[in-house]
Design a binder for this molecule. Structure first.
Ligand code: HBI
Ligand code: FE
Length: 284
């Protein structure tokens, strides 16, 4: 079986696909983390958890508190005890990005792939690939929310059809604009639930506080048609009225005809507003 290429590394763990199982899982190898890595985790944790109370949705804060991961790099097996009792999810360690079909299959079975290596010291603010801090701190708290837990399983199950229909880009935009960069209205204000935002100190403030950036009400078809930024802050954010709205708006949607209608059209550029769309303002 062909595996993605090994990335250059000095962390010892990063990007090692050799020895991964056919489903790309590896051992976490928790004892291989150095004191420096645990210290880096603590600093990342301290900085981001400071923003949780003021910027994250309630569910994120509650989930994070139940995970008890402030003292150092967490053991996935400990988190799994909490997750399995709450929503039946479990974490599986992976070496990094894994193929789409494999990723979907894990989600369809309520297994969340978590990258086992931690970013280097010079990458504290920014990296393009998922690492342990992004995957664990950003994603795992929301796996404890029943609405997000159910949505992610649905997303995993939708993957095969999107791949068959050549519409992966469209489905992936749903994940991007919700699970990674989603906002939700809470108590009359805007709150973050997306992992890509919550694991970035700059974007957490920007997504909530910036006065100019385009924020649109969540609409599944609009989201599937919208391109996104991979190496800068987003130019469009989509806002849910509530977390359950995510699965409610998708569970009865027939993706096939939507893919057929839009998959060969150029995406709406990030940051572009269509005629008749009313953006949501930043909180006063
Ligand atoms: N692999 N480890 C990892 N993490 C991801 O977020 C991920 C992936 N493989 C594929 C993928 N995401 C996306 O392309 C799908 O959501 C479409
Ligand atoms: Fe992610």
């Amino acid at each position: 079986m062909k595996k993605p290429c090994t990335l250059t590394t000095n962390s010892g763990l990063r990007g090692e696909y050799e020895g991964a199982a056919d489903d790309y899982t590896v051992g976490q190898d928790w004892h291989a983390y150095t004191p420096e890595m645990h210290d880096r985790w603590r600093r990342l944790f301290a900085r981001q958890s400071e923003l949780v109370r003021t910027h994250a949705c309630a569910s994120f804060g509650e989930g994070l508190a139940r995970l008890d991961c402030s003292a150092g790099i967490p053991r996935f097996e400990d988190a799994n005890v909490v997750l399995e009792a709450a929503t039946g999810w479990s974490l599986v360690p992976v070496p990094g990005f894994i193929p789409d079909a494999t990723f979907f299959d894990h989600l369809a079975h309520r297994r969340f792939p978590v990258t086992r290596w931690l970013r280097e010291e010079h990458e504290l603010d920014y990296l393009v690939e998922p690492d342990l801090f992004h995957d664990f701190f950003g994603h795992v708290p929301m796996l404890l929310d029943p609405a997000i837990a159910d949505f992610l399983e649905l997303y995993g199950k939708a993957g095969a059809r999107a791949l068959e229909m050549n519409a992966l880009d469209m489905l992936a935009r749903i994940y991007w604009y919700t699970i990674e960069f989603g906002l939700v209205r809470e108590d009359g204000g805007l709150r973050v639930f997306g992992a890509g935002i919550m694991s970035s100190s700059g974007e957490t403030r920007y997504a909530i506080e910036d006065r100019e950036v385009l924020r649109l009400p969540f609409d599944p078809v609009r989201v599937m048609r919208t391109g996104y930024m991979i190496d800068s802050f987003q130019k469009t954010y989509f806002v849910l009225d509530s977390l359950p709205q995510l699965i409610e708006s998708l569970v009865s949607l027939d993706f096939g005809p939507i893919y057929e209608t839009w998959r060969d059209e150029p995406p709406i550029p990030a940051g572009e507003r269509l005629a008749g769309e009313t953006p949501l303002g930043a909180p006063a």
